[in-house]
Design a protein around this ligand. Structure first.
Ligand SMILES: *[C@@H]1O[C@H](CO)[C@@H](O)[C@H](O)[C@H]1NC(C)=O
Ligand SMILES: *[C@@H]1O[C@H](CO)[C@@H](O)[C@H](O)[C@H]1NC(C)=O
Ligand SMILES: *[C@@H]1O[C@H](CO)[C@@H](O)[C@H](O)[C@H]1NC(C)=O
Length: 262
């Protein structure tokens, strides 16, 4: 009897303490939110893009108004002198290309685009954008595991996809992490649409995930390039929808005011 009273007191306490934060009702089960390369260099730094900041309110909304059992934040993470840096190739400048031989397949070549130095560990440009960083730090310490995937760390191979490099030479831990967490669907957002978002979405499809691209939570240097990429991704089987439509299809229960301070 005493025990039963203790249990009901405990239940009553638990029920009242979670009221207002009904987060199990808001959980997007078996689904991971994937935030691609939302780093300073792609927004206001060396590869700044005037269209990029428009995705931030959408990305914040996905984090503030939804519960995720798993969140992935990828970061381009290049050593100094990386193969994608124009500065690493004599006589080349940003916008040029070079043909490079695959590490493991001497008969295969890929065309490598060249860019300004970007996303070098230890620099401000490599850091995740502040508003996103604050939210992730809050969530990872409390209710959602956040996995940071560093990519393109090899000097001689670039990596657009967060799953694997451009030569399919070495995989990151992303696929195994998603598998361990029982994830079946990935919600893809981030920068930039025609490079790292494209690569991650296509590999997601190849690996058997349901891939949903939130079209207003990704952007690139022009509307035309974005539209072309979205067309291509639809051909791969990626579902493309805006945040309003996605939220309508994935209701989350009552909104809390809980994270207003962010
Ligand atoms: C922004 O990009 C331009 C080239 O597109 C570059 O010249 C400029 O230095 C970049 N700004 C910053 C802060 O790196
Ligand atoms: C790279 O290879 C392609 C085709 O093999 C060739 O057309 C192009 O000129 C090469 N680019 C450079 C920069 O060597
Ligand atoms: C979202 O897409 C739908 C079409 O599916 C469109 O009617 C609506 O205006 C879009 N909303 C925004 C905010 O872009």
């Amino acid at each position: 009897m005493k025990f039963r009273t203790a249990i009901s007191t405990l239940l009553a306490f638990t029920a009242s303490s979670v009221q207002g934060v009904p987060f199990s009702a808001k959980l997007h089960k078996k689904t991971a939110l994937v935030l691609i390369d939302i780093q300073n260099d792609f927004i206001t730094g060396s590869l700044n893009n005037s269209r990029a900041p428009s995705i931030l309110p959408k990305v914040y909304q996905l984090l503030d108004d939804h519960e995720w059992p798993f969140i992935i934040a990828s970061q381009d993470w290049h050593p100094k002198g990386h193969v994608s840096f124009a500065s690493a190739h004599t006589g080349k400048q940003s916008g040029d290309t070079v043909n490079i031989t695959f590490l493991d397949s001497p008969l295969k070549q890929e065309t490598q685009g060249l860019y300004s130095d970007h996303c070098v560990p230890g620099t401000w440009g490599a850091e995740i954008e502040d508003g996103l960083k604050t939210r992730l730090q809050y969530l990872e310490g409390y209710r959602s595991p956040v996995n940071y995937i560093k990519k393109a760390q090899d000097h001689s191979v670039d990596s657009y996809s967060a799953f694997v490099d451009n030569e399919y030479h070495r995989f990151t831990t992303l696929n195994s992490e998603l598998t361990i967490h029982g994830v079946e669907t990935i919600i893809v957002t981030g920068l930039i649409t025609n490079a790292c978002v494209r690569g991650t979405s296509i590999d997601g499809i190849k690996l058997g995930y349901e891939v949903i691209l939130i079209e207003d939570a990704t952007d690139t240097i022009s509307a035309e390039i974005k539209a072309e990429t979205i067309q291509e991704l639809k051909g791969w089987g990626v579902q493309v929808m805006n945040l309003t439509d996605w939220e309508a299809a994935n209701p989350t229960g009552p909104k809390t005011t809980f994270r207003k301070e962010l």
